[in-house]
Design a protein. Structure first.
Length: 387
């Protein structure tokens, strides 16, 4: 009689039993005693298929070791060939992608002193394995600072509303969050506010280019725009950190972070000058903290979100010196025209007298013609009487 003993390491379990095997528990695993034949004749190869359940294996496990030994009740000449150790290498296949959008692409503030707005970030797991802990960092421009000048607060930041699969997440920042009583939790989880996510069922990675291009939206003219982002000189940024996890193996496992802010438009007067548009950009990034050993899939680990604020187009005031210069230029042009006419003799008296004489000659010729016509008429009348 021949058989095989298979030692299965913890926490791997049998997905289903085998009719030729007996199962017994060990301290650190499971043992299968499988019957192969009686007798197992020479040259007769026997295959044994065992279905295993790997769902209990911890994320980040690099390999599993299975001990396999064959036995027989017959006399075995090569006992050293009856044992084999099988190392099964494992790969943790997971990644995190982040995208975001402004609740409104363009805001109109006109004469308002401040404007409240909201930006939304969404973090979603990509890949087969779960992610225990991910850290989301969102950088926000909060202050304008120049040496020897008073600091300008760009906006007020309210406590973020963050959820993972419907459960609240904790977020922190080095600056104080303002209270916001009128922001309801359900406001950040509506379908219209969440960024559009592509179908994950048929692909492991996500094509985010379309969503990112849509998020860019309207690009304002640079000469009318004040740009506020973490790359702008003199702009001080603050980071909001949120810790999320675990992200489950399902594609629908996602975290949503909504940040409500108030732009202090009235405090931007010295920075705006003649500009009437504010282009404010925040940036978000995500990092997997646990597990540490991951086979990363190509994904989108950072994203920028912009909100644009448009006010009244300021009317340009024409400077006084420009008006005076235009009047002087008009007078000089008129003088040049008069001088040209004078050089052409337009204003000389001799020309006027010649013109009058010419008119007198024309009048005399006209009188002579009329006299001749009258004499001819009288002669014709006398001839008719004589007849």
């Amino acid at each position: 009689m021949a058989g095989v003993n298979i030692t299965i390491p913890f926490p791997v379990e049998l997905a289903k039993g085998h009719m030729d095997c007996q199962e017994s528990s060990l301290l650190h695993g499971l043992q299968l005693n499988c019957y192969l034949g009686n007798p197992l004749r020479s040259g007769n190869q026997k295959e044994l298929t065992v279905h295993l359940d790997m769902s209990g294996v911890k994320v980040g496990t690099e390999y599993l070791t299975f001990n396999i030994s064959a036995y027989t009740k017959s006399k075995d000449k090569n006992l050293h060939e009856n044992f084999q150790q099988l190392h099964l290498n494992l790969t943790t296949d997971a990644n995190i992608s982040i995208l975001g959008k402004s609740e409104e692409d363009v805001y109109s503030y006109f004469k308002a002193n401040e404007m409240k707005f909201k930006q939304i970030y969404e973090v979603q797991k990509v890949g087969l394995s779960s992610v225990d802990v991910a850290e989301i960092d969102i950088s926000i421009p909060v202050q304008w600072f120049e040496p020897n000048r008073k600091k300008i607060n760009l906006l007020e930041l309210y406590s973020p509303k963050a959820y993972l699969n419907g459960q609240p997440l904790s977020c922190s920042s080095s600056i104080r969050f303002h209270s916001e009583d009128d922001v309801q939790d359900e406001d950040i989880l509506d379908d219209e506010s969440k960024p559009d996510m592509q179908n994950q069922e048929s692909q492991e990675t996500r094509d985010l280019s379309k969503i990112q291009n849509e998020a860019k939206g309207y690009q304002p003219p640079a000469n009318r725009t004040l740009f506020l982002n973490c790359s702008t000189p003199n702009v001080v940024c603050n980071t909001v950190k949120c810790t999320a996890g675990p992200f489950e193996s399902t594609p629908q496992s996602s975290a949503v972070i909504a940040i409500m802010m108030t732009l202090k438009i009235s405090d931007l007067g010295t920075l705006m000058g003649k500009k009437d548009i504010v282009h404010l950009t925040t940036s978000g990034s995500v990092t997997i903290k646990k597990p540490e050993n991951l086979n990363f899939i190509a994904g989108n680990h950072s994203v920028t979100v912009s909100s644009i604020f448009i006010g009244n187009v300021q009317k340009e005031v024409v400077a006084t010196w420009i008006i005076a210069l235009a009047i002087i230029a008009g007078i000089l042009l008129l003088m040049l025209l008069v001088i040209g006419l004078m050089k052409a003799g337009f204003f000389e008296r001799r020309k006027k007298e010649e013109l009058k004489a010419l008119k007198a000659v024309d009048a005399m010729d006209e009188f002579t013609i009329r006299t001749i016509q009258t004499d001819d008429a009288e002669v014709q009348e006398l001839d008719e009487k004589d007849c």
